[in-house]
Design a protein around this ligand. Structure first.
Ligand code: HEM
Length: 445
């Protein structure tokens, strides 16, 4: 019988619970809970929202895999629904399953492999624009590149129109929505507070842009073989089609999930490489040996183990998705405790990926070599889970891994980055951003 007591955790205040510590300490809040309370901790957001933090791979597996059907996405994800809508990332139940089935074919291995030439071509276009000595923000450059790749591969579109404005609206919307997550009381979005008005304005602009993607897709004479064309053409068993709003939600979710995360993996990789010259040297040697100066193809990827190891190690230390959560739909057991219906269970890649039990003795060190001797096979399955797991595992993981390796090797054979001196911190929003975008100078190799 599970215990009716709560797992150990910080006391918190009557009204706010532990919200204040969370706002003050960000990622360290979760890391501190794990350090102090162990494999399963409990805390409260506000007066009623009970949250568990699961810090052991077996507990994580139980939530994401074994008991997956009794959990849904959590309140933090729902918080972003004004932007993401009811798409693959945010939806649940039968609705989610239908959308997942519909989208899955676009992510099969051979289909993903067919996107490689587009990735290489758009990367070359970026490199042709770059000049030695140019000052860049690493995050901005890779955000633009992965955005162009997502638009082309998922929607068959060349980067349309005013991307800068779109990015700005997106930043505003996410920042304001993340802000809501940190407050004790939030008025519904229809109440015209200054922040709510800004959120709604940003969402209107974003929707208009995505509607433009869809209209451009529809206007093509030949329906494309891309995901958007599939969604537009898809019919349910009863012959019904997806509504415009559904297509827009799906397009928005895939576009956002599909480029921000990969841009971050590359951004953090370049930051780590710029600050670890030995690892960078080894990487360049691998490229010289295997590629000899030519751009990589999908056939090369199996022969670039150190490239893979660098990406794996960057996602270990700076996981783009740093927190995954679920809400129980009925009373359940976890680690000997009772998870009541409506409770949230968080699992943090940021915390588990730096756990000395699995990555010791120096878990904060950037050492890609640790992945070269079969570590992935030796680890408990959910000690490392940058792409989540179970039925809701990232649908784009093959896409992301291929894109990461192709972009790293294509860029890295021509340029390296000298990161400007100064503190580089983390800015945990919906994904794990670098606090300053990583300003750097381009050096030709
Ligand atoms: C390094 C890059 C990426 C990382 C770290 C990442 C991480 C994740 C994680 C952790 C989840 C599970 C969230 C949860 O369980 O609550 C997820 C789901 C998802 N990802 Fe990714 N992702 C990446 C790239 C991509 C790409 C390239 C695409 C699409 C092209 C994509 C599309 C999605 C979608 C649609 C979901 C929701 C799947 C579902 O619930 O059925 N992701 N991702």
């Amino acid at each position: 019988m599970p215990s009716n007591a709560l797992p150990p955790g910080p006391k918190g205040t009557l009204l706010a619970g532990n919200l204040r510590e969370f706002v003050a300490h960000g990622l360290d809040f979760y890391a501190g809970l794990a350090r102090e309370y162990g494999d399963l901790a409990s805390f409260r957001f506000g007066p009623f929202r009970r949250v568990f933090l699961a810090n052991h791979p077996d507990l994580i597996e139980q939530v994401l895999v074994t008991d997956a059907k009794h959990y849904v996405k959590h309140f933090g994800v729902r918080n972003y629904m004004p932007v993401l809508g009811n798409g693959l990332v945010t939806s649940d139940g039968d609705f989610w399953l239908r959308q997942r089935r519909l989208s899955q074919p676009a992510f099969l291995k051979h289909r993903v492999a067919s996107y490689a030439p587009v990735m290489a071509e758009l990367t070359r276009a970026m490199l042709d624009r770059w000049r030695p000595g140019m000052a860049v923000h690493v995050h901005t450059e890779f955000g633009q590149l992965t955005s162009a790749i997502a638009l082309k591969t998922l929607f068959g579109l060349d980067d349309p129109g005013d991307r800068a404005a779109f990015v700005e609206w997106l930043r505003t919307a996410f920042q304001l929505l993340t802000g809501r997550f940190r407050k004790l009381v939030n008025l519904p979005l229809w109440v015209p507070t200054p922040d709510n008005v800004r959120i709604r304005r940003a969402v209107r602009h974003l929707h208009r842009v995505v509607d433009g993607f869809i209209a451009a897709g529809r206007a093509r004479k030949e329906p494309g073989d891309d995901l958007l064309s599939r969604l537009v053409a898809a019919r349910d068993d009863d012959g019904s089609r997806m509504t415009e709003a559904q297509i827009r939600d799906e397009a928005m979710s895939l576009y956002l999930a599909g480029h921000q995360t990969t841009a971050l993996t590359l951004t953090w990789s370049w930051y780590l490489l710029a600050t670890h010259p030995d690892a960078e040297r080894r990487l360049v040697e691998e490229w010289a040996r295997v590629l000899g100066g030519r751009p990589p193809t999908t056939d090369d990827l199996a022969h670039l183990p150190y490239t893979d190891a660098v990406l794996a190690e960057a996602m270990r230390l700076y996981p783009p998705a740093y927190l995954t959560g679920r809400e129980a739909t009925k009373d359940l057991e976890l680690g000997g405790y009772r998870v009541r219906k409506g409770y949230t269970v968080f699992m943090s890649q940021w915390v588990t990926h730096r756990d000395p039990r699995y990555f010791g003795p120096d878990p904060d060190a950037f050492r890609p070599e640790r992945w070269l001797d079969g570590l992935a096979k030796r680890l408990p399955k959910y000690a490392y889970f940058p792409f989540g797991g179970g039925p809701r595992v990232c649908i784009g993981n093959t896409f992301a891994s291929m894109e990461g390796a192709i972009l790293l090797a294509t860029v890295g054979q021509r340029y390296r980055f000298t990161v400007d001196p100064g503190e580089v911190g983390t800015n945990p929003q919906i994904t794990l951003l670098p606090s300053n975008g990583i300003p750097a100078t381009l050096q030709e190799r």
